[in-house]
Design a protein around this ligand. Structure first.
Ligand code: ADP
Ligand code: MG
Length: 412
């Protein structure tokens, strides 16, 4: 048979025994350091097994704090126990990042309850009332307790999800033969500020906060995962410590810790190394940062690119805590090189705030006593990232800006 380019790599699993176990979609059977959170949710949801209505809940916490993993795990256990006891308990998980309108959420839940060739609720087209009625009918037909989990609910609320939450938290008044409770999960601690107070009080009967993991806890999570995903003895001694330390700096994100470990092991596998070393972790860190930040920089509108580039020009001259005026001086030069009309300093100040919101820079307002207030601007882009190159690749118009020579500013 002819040689195929995939033959040699197909057989190679490298250092992995099961790569899937390092992916986000994997639900581990054990969740270290979430015992308390699991306990609170368990004590509430056990009501469903008794045929009672559990309280509605809101689970909060930064990304990668284990909210989704914990909820999935508990729901699986709940279904299992329900089956064993012959009680109808029906958890439905909806991710509102993907399914982000009231109509689609209701249709999604409704369709997950389809029995015996019932009509599928279409993607669009029905009046919302009809979708809700159909959902209620199906809940009644199945009976028991329905546990509706709305993950990443903050996405929905920003798009006016009040109505949906109002309807769902009100649904028990329409049910006779079944019960329903709603669990909202949010990455944003302030999301209830946007809710109608009535909805807020009905949804947040019980709040659970998932604190960010510290480095030691992340280390424990990684150790447990290593045993099911990587060959024995494939890590040098400092690797787990470094992955956890880096992820702990990043708001204690377990997802980042697992990504670091997976990408490091991939790097080591590509190099055909016997072991993953700290160097591989550093490489992984750079790659992940670069993968995250590149599209954000590349898709900035042209004027935003100019402003960001002006901040970096100042930094390359060794300046820190750059003032808006200093950015504007560079920006004026950049506009000349780009042959584009320049915006007012006021508009540039707005664009600076936008860059701050995107996490590319920090712009802190400081008081200068009787000289009024001023901004202190610093970039947050790691220096391993070639911003100029990314900008030029995304936008040819930036090449004259990036390649130009700039007059250096001096601070008095
Ligand atoms: P969140 O939903 O809070 O953003 P996730 O539940 O998606 O976070 O967790 C991110 C990743 O970290 C998932 O792959 C998950 O399996 C893993 N993870 C989080 N917490 C734990 C834990 N306590 N034990 C094991 N794995 C965890
Ligand atoms: Mg989640």
């Amino acid at each position: 048979m002819e040689k195929n380019i995939f033959d040699t790599v197909l057989e190679e699993k490298g250092l992995f025994t099961d790569k899937e176990a390092l992916r986000h979609s994997y639900t581990p059977k054990e969740l270290p350091h979430r015992e308390q959170e699991i306990e609170i949710i368990r004590l509430n949801l056990v009501e469903a097994l008794r045929g009672q209505i559990p309280s509605n809940m809101i689970l909060y916490g930064v990304t990668g704090a284990g909210k989704t993993a914990v909820t999935r795990f508990i729901c699986e256990q709940l279904s299992e126990k329900g089956k064993e006891l012959g009680r109808t308990v029906n958890p439905v998980l909806v991710n509102c990042r993907n399914i982000d309108t009231q109509y689609r959420v209701l249709a999604n839940i409704g369709n997950s309850l389809i029995q015996n060739f019932e009509e599928e609720i279409p993607f669009t087209g029905w009046p919302t009332d009809r979708v809700l009625k159909t959902l209620i009918n199906r809940m009644e037909k199945i009976g028991g307790v329905h546990v509706i989990v709305l993950d990443e609910i903050d996405h929905l609320v920003r798009k006016g999800g009040d109505d949906l939450l109002y309807n769902l938290t009100n649904i028990n008044t329409e049910l006779n033969n079944s019960r329903c409770c709603v669990i909202g999960i949010s990455n944003d601690l302030t999301f209830t500020d946007y809710l109608d107070p009535r909805v807020r009080s009905r949804l947040g009967q019980e709040d659970v906060v998932f604190a960010p993991y510290n480095a030691k806890q992340l280390g424990d999570i990684l150790k447990q995962r290593v045993s099911v995903s990587l060959k024995k003895g494939s890590l040098e001694s400092g690797v787990i410590r470094l992955c956890s330390a880096l992820a702990a700096q990043e708001h204690g994100d377990a997802r980042r810790a697992l990504d670091l470990l997976r990408v490091s092991a991939e790097k080591a596998t590509h190099e055909r190394s016997e072991k993953v070393s700290e160097r591989h972790v550093r490489m992984a860190q750079n790659q992940i940062e670069c993968d995250q930040i590149t599209p954000v920089i590349a898709t900035l509108p042209f004027q935003q690119k100019l402003v960001l580039f002006s901040v970096l020009l100042n930094e390359h001259q060794g300046l820190q805590n750059i003032a808006t005026g200093e950015v504007y001086e560079m920006y004026k030069q950049a506009c000349k090189h780009a042959k584009t009309t320049r915006l007012t300093q006021r508009r540039v100040t707005d664009l600076i705030s936008n860059l701050d919101m995107l996490g590319l820079i920090t712009a802190k307002t400081v008081s200068k006593g009787r000289y009024g207030r001023s901004k202190e601007i610093n970039s947050c882009i790691p220096n391993t990232i070639q911003v100029g190159e990314i900008m030029v690749n995304a936008d040819q118009g930036m090449s004259s800006v990036v390649e130009a020579k700039y007059k250096i500013q001096t601070r008095l």
